[in-house]
Ligand binder design. Structure first.
Ligand SMILES: [Zn+2]
Length: 140
């Protein structure tokens, strides 16, 4: 019984912490803050300056949806997607693949296999000028 009571207490404490977090989130995050309609905005708060929700990064340009191919880099993911390109001469479609390196803020934390939306931003490094804005579907 003692253990059960302890576990209950700890769970209560966790709930309190979560409540505090949500209060902070309400202060810091405004829905639509990044200028784009996002269905699944991040529930956590991060201290990353290069986060479109909690940092100072602004989004402009193009938006793509793709699958995370690799999450091995630090705060960075490789996102890829396939598309069909018409070849008039042969009257057929060619399959093309694109790979884009995107910043992965800790509050979103996309992992390999996730379907994500990425948006263009200022160049964050030599090869990185996109940022993950939401996870459409988590990999299981
Ligand atoms: Zn964030």
């Amino acid at each position: 019984m003692a253990e059960k009571i302890r576990s209950k207490k700890s769970s209560n404490a966790e709930v309190k912490v979560e409540k505090k977090k949500t209060e902070k989130k309400v202060e810091m995050v405004k829905i639509g803050d990044i200028g784009i309609d996002v269905k699944n905005p991040p529930t956590e708060v991060c201290n990353d300056d290069k986060c479109p929700y909690h940092g100072h990064l602004k989004i402009r340009g193009r938006i793509f949806q793709g699958v995370v191919i690799s999450d091995k880099m630090n705060k960075t993911v490789v996102v890829g997607w396939e598309y069909l390109r018409m070849i008039k001469k042969l009257n057929r479609y060619m399959r093309c693949r694109t790979k884009v390196i995107a910043h992965n803020p800790p509050c979103i934390n996309a992992r390999e296999g996730d379907i994500v939306r990425i948006a263009e931003c200022r160049p964050l490094s030599k090869t990185k000028s996109f940022v993950v804005i939401e996870v459409v579907k988590r990999a299981q």
